[in-house]
Design a protein around this ligand. Structure first.
Ligand SMILES: *Cc1c(COP(=O)(O)O)cnc(C)c1O
Length: 854
């Protein structure tokens, strides 16, 4: 029978154990091992059955067992100790509180997905898990962050694999009552509702769920409420489920509804309304328009409000592929903007924010990344290489400037160590190194021997093997009407065989099937009698991605070959719960994207934190941290004549590395059976990389390099009733209008001889027309450096020229002079340019205006 309605009946926890409910209600349990141990102690089997989800667990646990524990003074005291520790954790001063004044009041962090725990499946992959790790690290550091997202009734999707290898998607509906959520309510108990005007005189309403993530509150907007028309109830049905209008509605709700929810939250809690807004990818870009609308309501013009809003906004781009960016039909966006959605905003002002440079307005899509970059004065990519790629990819927004001047910096992603470090490793560090801080533990210390660490790694591998067998048996039963799985399923994988992990979403660039370039060679690697290898693979293809599903099918069918199936497995339904045992259980973590399409990649970081060595294309984070001690680089064959040849070359290199380098090192054992060379690398990986790859490091960087400057800048332009913002807007408009008449008429040089030498001085005298601008409005610069055949200045340096009156030929042209020293030998080139200058601009390129000598 199929029930017509389902709900969760929460267990009645005896009052003596109320601490358990308080602990279950804050997701800190998801990264706090002592709290997990407390729950596990109640009923270890039930704890595992509930997939370590305290709320599901408390709903399931035998009432008699709870009664018994309620009278166990030791247990009651233990639970209360943990509860007190949680209360201390959420209230004591932490790193951020040591920064003193001049820090942001509140930072609002917007993301379309959040991966915090398997128990709250509101993520699809890396972007969401990163967001979850960001919140957890912000909590640990005491950063006053509040997060905003959507509550998707079916989350992403859960994956099953049919016997023929084809991916099947299921969308089990989540019941908010069974999740660690509470409705945001007004003092009188009524739920807060945010409302957006949508076309045809309708309204879209959403309630607001609150999630406690340590010290951080996450607000999730949910449209599945009776106040909505049936179709509008579905707006938050699934994560990345629909295209076009459905997706636009989600993003309008996230951005605009999110800011409205924050207002209510701020009023109700007394917490300061955010002074910094961070968009994790472009999906939440509409938040800027909602804030502009509010400023207009307070009397500012659009351009003035834009300056105010930009100053406090941070935009993080995550994709180096234009196809990965959300683009909407302009007419559709216009229809929404014309429906009274954003009071005070003329759609004619808002629509250009989404224009794609170089495309005629009528033909341009409404591009969310372009809007994000225009609405944020502070922007970054997520690894050094991705920063570089982003500066090129978006360079057309700052025409006339070289890519390295594009104002997009980078902060390399990190992963939350307490979440991603296996408890066995944590225990070892606590016992032997005297610290639970695995990120900064001295892993090279002799207090831990190779043999001990090796044995802990084996335990983690065994745990993965057992988990894989359980999952495959359950998947078999699921696909064969409850039939018991055949014997071989209970024999897959071996806890003593070199284990390579490979799990990812399945967009084409990640090349799930690169390893199948030469299937027989891979088969030989897997079944090598002396140095066998096993692969654990997982990943979901987007439901609309048929090509991705074909890749999965090829891999699954390969893994079904009877002689291989115990050495290579595809585990269905990759999620955080699986990831928890997968990363620690691997000896090698493999990643073979098409360079440079992996913006950062975080799975390899999580593996490294558990002592796995990386085997990866030099892309994303690995381009910064690759070293012999940390793993192996798969050489990139980007000079190959075509993609097929490139795949072939890179796959061959991959096989060679596994056959000749990796397996040899792994199976080269001392008399105790320990691979000492291997363990040296494991220890160096843990020692060198853990402190670097942590989300702590990442969030500190965000605070210091982006949040703090953004808050300061917002305060500056917002002072005195936003007077500086008004002046800046007026100045920007004036400069833009005047710019066509700004140019460098000619440049005279002197000082160097026919054959210049290092140390010679070059004197410059530039004649510059400024139209009606004054010398205060501009900077005249000489840009110089190496210049070879391609007419570009490399490693350009910039020096200011100084005003030296007006030219005596026309009395209007201004003269600028300066001297540079030729301090490097080789081909030299320079040019002179005029750029706008204002104390409230953060970068030379900011306005995309430049007039260079021709
Ligand atoms: C870390 C993680 C990802 C992201 O991995 P990438 O290397 O960035 O592709 C995706 N899914 C899950 C479950 C993860 O834990």
């Amino acid at each position: 029978m199929k029930p017509i309605r389902k709900f969760i009946v929460r267990a009645v926890v005896p009052p003596q154990l109320s601490a358990l409910e308080e602990l279950a209600a804050n997701l800190r349990w998801s990264w706090h091992e002592p709290t997990r141990r407390l729950f596990e102690h109640i009923d270890p089997l039930g704890w595992r059955r509930s997939e370590r989800d305290p709320i599901a667990f408390l709903g399931d646990v035998d009432a008699r067992r709870l009664e018994e524990l309620a009278h166990d003074d030791g247990f009651v005291a233990w639970a209360e100790r943990e509860r007190d520790a949680l209360r201390t954790y959420v209230s004591e001063p932490r790193w951020f509180q040591s920064l003193g004044a001049d820090t942001p009041r509140t930072i609002a962090y917007f993301s379309p997905e959040f991966g915090i725990a398997a128990a709250l499946p509101q993520y699809s992959g890396g972007l969401g898990i990163l967001a979850g790790d960001h919140l957890k690290a912000a909590s640990d550091l005491g950063v006053p962050l509040v997060a905003v997202g959507l509550f998707y009734k079916a989350g992403y999707f859960s994956q099953a694999i049919a016997p023929d290898g084809w991916q099947q998607e299921r969308y089990p509906a989540l019941d908010p009552d069974g999740l660690p959520l509470s409705v945001l309510r007004r003092a009188d108990g009524t739920p807060v509702q945010v409302t957006l005007a949508v076309p045809d005189d309708r309204s879209l309403h959403a309630r607001v769920w609150q999630v406690a993530v340590g010290r951080v509150t996450l607000l999730l907007l949910d449209t599945d409420i009776p106040a909505n028309d049936d179709d509008l109830r579905q707006v938050t049905d699934r994560l990345y489920g629909g295209g076009g209008e459905h997706r636009l509605q989600q993003e309008l709700l996230l951005g605009i509804g999110g800011v409205r929810a924050l207002r209510a939250w701020s009023e109700l809690t007394g917490r300061a309304f955010p002074d910094v807004f961070h968009m994790n990818e472009g999906h939440a870009g509409f938040l800027g328009l909602e804030r502009i609308s509010a400023c207009i309501g307070e009397g500012l013009a659009f351009g003035e409000a834009l300056q105010l809003v930009r100053a406090g906004t941070v935009f993080t781009t995550h994709t180096p592929v234009p196809a990965g960016i959300d683009r909407f039909d302009r007419a559709l966006v216009a229809r929404y903007l014309e429906s009274g959605l954003l009071p005070g905003i003329d759609p004619a002002d808002a629509l250009p924010l989404g224009l794609e440079p170089g495309v005629a307005a009528e033909e341009s899509a409404f591009n969310m990344a372009m809007m994000g970059l225009r609405l944020a004065q502070h922007a970054n990519g997520v690894s050094k290489l991705h920063g570089e790629v982003s500066r090129s990819m978006f360079a057309s927004l700052w025409p006339g400037f070289d890519a390295d001047e594009v104002p997009i910096t980078s902060i390399t992603n990190g992963v939350h160590a307490p979440t991603w470090t296996d408890p066995a490793l944590l225990e070892l560090a606590e016992e032997r190194l005297g610290t639970g801080d695995t990120e900064h533990a001295d892993w090279l210390s002799t207090a831990v021997s190779d043999a001990e660490l090796w044995s802990v790694k084996r335990g983690m591998r065994l745990q993965l093997v057992e988990d894989a067998r359980r999952r495959l048996a359950a998947a078999w039963a699921d696909q064969h009407a409850g039939a018991v799985a055949p014997d071989w399923v209970r024999r897959v994988l071996d806890p003593d065989v070199l284990t390579i992990g490979f799990a990812r979403r399945v967009p084409t660039y990640k090349r799930l099937t690169l390893m199948l370039q030469d299937p027989e060679r891979l088969a030989a690697i897997l079944t090598n009698p002396d140095r066998p290898v096993q692969f654990v693979i997982a990943g979901k293809a987007h439901p609309a991605d048929e090509e991705g599903k074909r890749l999965i099918q090829r891999l699954v069918q390969f893994a079904q070959r009877p002689e291989l199936r115990e050495r290579i497995v595809f585990l269905p339904d990759y999620d955080m719960g699986m990831a928890e045992t997968l990363y620690p259980g691997c000896d090698v973590w493999m990643n073979n994207p098409l360079r440079p399409l992996e913006a950062c990649g975080t799975s390899g970081m999580k593996a490294a934190m558990n002592g796995a060595l990386n085997l990866s294309i030099l892309d994303g984070w690995w381009a910064e941290y690759a070293a012999d001690d940390h793993g192996w680089v798969i050489p990139t064959a980007d000079a190959a004549p075509d993609p097929a040849e490139r795949d072939r070359l890179e796959a061959n290199a991959l096989y060679d590395l596994i056959e000749h380098r990796i397996t040899r090192l792994f199976y080269d054992r001392d008399h105790d059976g320990v691979p000492t060379e291997w363990m040296t690398r494991v220890r160096r990986t843990l020692a060198n990389l853990s402190p670097e790859l942590g989300a702590d490091r990442m969030v500190r960087e965000y605070v210091e390099r982006l949040y703090r400057p953004a808050a300061e800048h917002a305060a500056l332009v917002g002072a005195n009733g936003a007077k500086p913002a008004r002046e800046l807007a007026e100045w920007v408009a004036g400069v833009r209008a005047a710019w066509p008449s700004v140019h460098v008429s000619h440049v005279e040089s002197g000082g160097v001889e026919a054959t210049p030498h290092v140390g010679d001085e070059l004197h410059l005298r530039a004649h510059v027309a400024l139209g009606w601008l004054t010398p205060d409005d501009v900077a005249v610069q000489v840009v110089y450096g190496h210049s070879h055949g391609d007419d570009r200045i490399e490693d350009a340096r910039v020096a200011l020229l100084e005003p030296d009156g007006v030219s005596n030929t026309d009395g209007a042209t201004r003269v600028y002079v300066g001297t540079i020293t030729l301090d490097r030998a080789g081909a030299f080139g320079y040019t002179v340019r005029v750029v706008p200058r204002h104390p409230l601009l953060l970068s030379t390129a900011e306005l995309g205006l430049v007039a260079a000598a021709t």
